[in-house]
Design a protein around this ligand. Structure first.
Ligand code: HEM
Length: 415
């Protein structure tokens, strides 16, 4: 470790030192080698408010990392069919991500460079802390077709089937690739996506994006479980970032899973789920609790006293969400949830355009999301929600060191 997260120079201090050249110099001198995150470790610095999360590691940050407060998620379409050009973009993105997650400005910074040229960085994150920013990249099924890589597409990256009740909007679905930006400061997350989109101009274009707040899943069991917009604790029985064995079993692609380039990666399912908030708010407390199979105050499963008590599924209504989503009802299927609430104004009919931007990571989409979502066809919650956007991505392994780049194992010859 050549640079601890806590001691990373902030965006402001680097620029303040006289800019750009110096900032790059600092990175080249070892500053770019952030705390290495190996395998499934949770970066202890990540618990610290405002700290940086290590960018390098065998897995990408932003999956098992303790969930940050804010999200900016973007799905991109690739506009070039030139593979070399796309690979160069991934390298440029990696370098920018390495800097931004460490709290540094992109390239030569936001000012101090050539007066005749637009600055490399857009500037709105100057003076802000790294805010535990993580940037996680994923490749959608359509990318493999577009870049003539069909033989490298993982079997586990299935096109999602149509599920009962789906009302998917094509303009909010799919995408050749995605970047999930999570941070404790929304401006830091938005700055990151904006700057990556800017670097990608002419090669990729944003297809859709989603802002999220109020994380609805916890990957840190000791922390207080957050609540979703229906007012219930969400993420109680999630995989924790510290549960190495369960992460290995259910989240990370293993050596025997295939293809080789995905070892250490994972698969991401994103679903924009609209909540019919106004209807929900007119529903009795008893019915609300029956729908989830947990009580609203403590979050305890039916018949139990405490949130962390083991659910007794048979005590719940047959169509209770927790009963149907539980691994025991799904041949053991277990996913890591990392979703966020959203409110995108109103829908023109006086109703909040709000809901859950559901994000789930798993080792195999067929054994994870597809299995659970199929079982949720009879979920009592369906009366109050509607899936309106959907996408699936292969999330490659982590960037190992300063010479490595996002997607190298997919695109380089020796992979
Ligand atoms: C707006 C939609 C949804 C809401 C409001 C919601 C809410 C909740 C709540 C409150 C819990 C109980 C606390 C917990 O253990 O986390 C829960 C559990 C769970 N949900 Fe959802 N959920 C939604 C959609 C989904 C979807 C689409 C899936 C997967 C296909 C899913 C999978 C799960 C799983 C696996 C559990 C844990 C079950 C257990 O092991 O006890 N949820 N959800």
């Amino acid at each position: 470790m050549t640079e601890t997260q806590g001691s990373s120079p902030s965006r402001r201090s680097l620029i303040g030192w006289g800019g750009a050249g110096l900032a790059l110099g600092a990175a080249a001198a070892g500053g770019a080698v952030a705390m290495t995150r190996t395998g499934d470790d949770v970066d202890p610095a990540a618990a610290e408010a405002g700290a940086a999360v290590g960018f390098h590691g065998s897995v990408q940050a932003g999956i098992a990392t303790p969930v940050q407060d804010r999200l900016h998620f973007a799905a991109f379409d690739v506009t070039t069919t030139d593979r070399a050009e796309f690979v160069q973009l991934l390298k440029d993105w990696t370098e920018a991500a390495r800097r931004m997650t460490a709290g540094k400005a992109v390239g030569e910074g936001a000012y101090g460079g050539l007066a005749e040229a637009p600055p490399d960085d857009t500037g709105e994150a100057l003076g802000l802390k790294p805010s535990r920013l993580t940037l996680t990249v994923g490749f959608g099924p359509s990318l493999f077709k577009k870049l003539d890589l069909a033989d490298r597409r993982p079997d586990a990256l299935v096109d999602l089937p149509t599920f009962a009740g789906d009302a998917l909007d094509a303009a909010r679905s799919n995408g050749d690739l995605c970047v999930q930006a999570c941070a404790d400061d929304p401006q830091v997350a938005v700055h990151a996506i904006r700057n990556l989109a800017r670097i990608g101009m002419g090669k990729v274009v944003i297809r859709w994006s989603q802002l999220g707040f109020g994380k609805t899943s916890s990957t840190t069991p000791d922390a207080q479980t957050p609540r979703n917009l229906m007012g219930f604790k969400d993420g109680t029985r999630n995989i924790a970032g510290t549960e190495t064995d369960r992460l290995k079993k259910f989240v990370w692609v293993g050596e025997k899973d295939g293809p080789d380039w995905m070892v250490g990666g994972s698969y991401l399912v994103a679903r924009r789920i609209r909540m019919h908030i106004e209807t929900w708010d007119r529903t009795s407390l008893q019915e609300q609790e029956d729908i989830f199979g947990r009580d609203k105050g403590e979050g305890a499963p039916v018949g139990k006293a405490k949130e962390r008590d083991e659910p007794f599924l048979k005590a719940m209504k047959p169509d209770a969400h927790v009963r149907l989503a539980h691994p025991d009802s799904n041949h053991g299927a277990t996913i890591l949830r990392r979703g966020y609430s959203f409110t995108d104004g109103t829908d023109g009919l006086g109703r909040l355009e709000a809901g859950l931007f559901f994000l789930a990571y798993q080792r195999d989409v067929r054994e994870g999301f597809v299995r659970v979502q199929r079982n949720l066809a009879s979920d009592a919650l369906n009366e109050y929600i509607q899936h309106v956007g959907s996408a699936v991505f292969a999330v490659p392994p982590g960037v190992r060191d300063k010479d490595d780049w996002w997607g190298r194992t997919l695109f380089s010859e020796e992979a």
